[in-house]
Design a protein around this ligand. Sequence first.
Ligand SMILES: [Zn+2]
Length: 242
Amino acid sequence: MELAYCRIVLKIAEQDMATIQHNVSYPFSMNQIRTAAAGDERQCAALLAILFAQEKEFLPDAEAQARGLAAIIGNPELGRIFVFESGGLIRGMVMLLFTVSTWLGKKVALLEDMIVAPEWREKGVGSALVDHAIEYAKTEDFGRITLLTDSDNQSAQRFYLSKGFSRSEMVVFRKLLDTSDLAAIKEHDADPWMCRECGWLYDPAEGDQESRVKAGTPFRLLPSDWSCPVCFAGKAFFDLLP
Ligand SMILES: [Zn+2]
């Protein structure tokens, strides 16, 4: 399987913080961001379904996501999930998972699962969530935040660069330890996905000649910036056909 991620690191230093502490005015209140609590798992899992549909390599699995979220919410020593709420609904989230750097001799965090509901994008919600997470990590004396983003997702990379992160020269390696997890990931590789906006079908057997996507390419391996050839909706707007 190809390595579709690059690693991005934020060393939390005073000069970095200057870049996030300018007075930004958002069309919402920072009070709409809070730490996730028990009972938020289902709504967060629904948001992750959007993220995993649009990211390369992943596919959503609501039960697995709710299980993972509950493990973090129920064990605060593992990490924190921050959510953006509007009208009683969670419309965005980001997560910090905690670990330790022997190099820094300090707690460090992995930033994961950053997602904003499509109708709340371009309003600064993602920016506010990341600022909130960085502020939390700084206050709690973490030494570094590391994150992974799709290697072909230029807009995400620009976003994190603007937040003071820099691209690492490290390459990501990983090994799935349960072969059934890999089987589950590949289970739907031959299945078509339908665009919610216009009804167009992506059929892996055909690929998408217009975007130079070869026949035999599963939906999960489409580039993160790939879009519907008919209506230009992004991957997040596609559903797996049952
Ligand atoms: Zn479409």
